[in-house]
Design a protein around this ligand. Structure first.
Ligand code: HEC
Length: 500
């Protein structure tokens, strides 16, 4: 009887301690009771058969085999693949372990990886499939399966898919569903209403290869997807503008899995039921003035926007660099001098780029300046450097080129305010990164085209006027992408901003 009572008390104590997430004193955590709940919560959405992770972490043996490696990656924040630094923006769907969970993992490894009692293993979370936001208004499937060879370089394929819309729409959510999660690494959903992408596509596959960007100037986008991202509706009354006649240009990044695979991904689109009050746009931060010397391990670029012409509210952020990008940090400097961190990625990995949505929208009053700082490692010590030996790297679309780009997705108080955001330097890039801006009348479009030369010159001054004399010299323009340099010189001369 006493013995029973004693073991009951012990059981209660254990349950109590377990509910606290604490292992009993002096007893290392066990896999079944303490570690499995952590892996099931933070890892198995990717690390289970058929998902993007290279191995399963469902069973004790799976985990034990890699215990040290798991502990190392988790303690250095390399897994789960969540890049933004804590305290620099608070985002939806953050994938992050608590310090206590990390501590439990390392105690388990240091304690000799005990298995524990099978009856403590929690239930494996069900695989999520199907449309998470209910039946979409429109489902788009890649017209044909696409073949991914067993090995070789990653593939960036753009599938041009007509949407056949006969009226303009407001997109309030998109649910991208990879057809083959073992090979689909991420996807970006660009738009085109000028038929540019159609002309690039191989008629046989309805697609073409293009690294980085989609290889033409998109007329908007409806979102991006990376493993771990969950679909969500934009705030009430807010939508992305989707012009009738647009094609979807779905850029999918494939990573060969070791076996020949095929993929036929699909996406569900949700339209606004009544005319949206706000259309989203974006403020772009960009520096094309990159000349990264071969061997330079810490090349730094800084850029900032002109002061925001109107009040804006930031909903999300989308930083972009290529392989030798190492760090990117974006802050907002408010007119009262206060600084708000928008994002900081200290360990940039091209393979884990994403669009991040703020948990709570961030108010950016008129006059706010957005600032970006990025660093690049073009040395041989950087294992991600695609050039060996390193070579001088400038702005461009190839794997061996670089970019320095960030879109801050915003809404404004009125549609006229959004038009002012769209007229900021780099406005076109903003539309691509953040949505589609607001619809405009043909007169407004004509007026806007007239002012393009002026804005292009403003943009050039912002990006390339290194000595700040208000003029651009030939030397400064050496950093400008060569394919468009003649046009830039022409505009600068017409506006009297060319130095020599
Ligand atoms: C969102 C998907 C995702 C989640 C969540 C995730 N992983 Fe991974 N993991 C991957 C992918 C994909 C790879 C392959 C390498 C890469 O692409 O970075 C990987 C690689 C690894 C590797 C091997 C790394 C290497 O260099 O070979 C380990 C170990 C690992 N993950 C452990 C974990 C652990 C532990 C967790 C949970 C704490 C976790 N992962 C959560 C997707 C994920």
């Amino acid at each position: 009887m006493t013995g029973n009572l004693f073991s009951m008390a012990l059981a209660i104590l254990t349950v109590f301690e377990h509910s606290n997430g604490l292992a009993p004193i002096n007893e290392p955590p066990t896999w079944s009771r303490d570690v499995a709940p952590i892996l099931y919560k933070h890892c198995v959405s990717c690390h289970r058969p058929g998902e993007v992770g290279p191995f399963s972490l469902i069973s004790y043996n799976d985990s034990k085999k890699r215990a040290k490696f798991i502990n190392e990656l988790v303690s250095t924040n390399r897994m789960p693949p969540w890049k933004p630094e804590l305290g620099h923006g608070s985002f939806q769907d953050e994938m992050r372990l608590s310090d206590k969970e990390k501590e439990t993992l390392s105690q388990w490894v240091n304690g000799g990886t005990p298995e524990g009692n099978a009856k403590d293993i929690p239930k494996l979370p069900a695989k999520t499939s199907g449309w998470k936001l209910g039946e979409p208004d429109m489902v788009i499937t890649m017209p044909k399966p696409f073949d991914i060879p067993n090995e070789g370089n990653d593939i960036y394929q753009c599938f041009v898919i007509p949407l056949n819309l006969n009226k303009d729409e407001g997109v309030i959510a998109v649910d991208f569903q990879p057809g083959n999660k073992k090979v689909v690494h991420h996807a970006i959903m660009f738009l085109d209403h000028n038929g540019q992408a159609r002309r690039k596509a191989d008629p046989k596959t309805g697609s073409y290869a293009s690294f980085g960007g989609p290889g033409y100037i998109p007329t908007g986008s409806i979102g991006a997807w990376a493993p771990g991202a969950r679909p969500a509706f934009l705030p009430e009354g807010t939508a992305r503008f989707l012009k009738k006649g647009s094609d979807l240009v779905l850029q999918v990044h494939y990573h060969p899995s070791g076996k020949a695979e095929t993929d036929q991904s699909k996406l569900g689109i949700y339209f606004a039921k009544k005319p949206p009050e706000h259309f989203v746009g974006a403020v772009a931060l960009r520096s094309r003035a990159l000349v990264i010397p071969a061997g330079d391990a810490k090349y730094t670029v800084e850029t900032k926007t002109v002061p925001l012409p109107v009040d804006a509210t930031a909903l999300g952020i989308f930083p972009h660099m290529h392989y030798i990008g190492r760090e990117i940090k974006v802050d907002a400097k408010l007119p009262d001098g206060k600084e708000i961190p928008l994002i900081w990625i200290r360990d940039w990995d091209f393979n884990w780029q994403g669009a991040y949505n703020y948990k709570k929208p961030i108010e950016l009053p008129k006059g706010t300046v957005l600032k970006l700082r990025a660093t690049y490692d073009n040395s041989t010590a950087n294992p991600r450097n695609p050039s060996n030996p390193p070579r001088e790297v400038t702005w461009g679309e190839q794997t061996t080129d670089e970019m320095c780009l960030c879109g801050v997705q915003v809404i404004t108080k009125s549609r006229d305010d959004m038009k002012q955001i769209m007229r900021m330097p780099g406005g076109i890039i903003g539309l691509i990164l953040g949505g589609g801006g607001v619809p405009e009348t043909p007169e407004e479009i004509a007026e806007n085209t007239k002012n393009r030369g002026k804005r292009m010159v403003e943009t050039l001054l912002g990006e390339f006027d290194m000595d700040g004399d208000g003029l651009i010299s030939k030397e400064e323009l050496k950093r400008f992408p060569p394919e468009n340099r003649d046009r830039a010189v022409l505009f600068l001369r017409v506006m009297g901003k060319m130095k020599d």
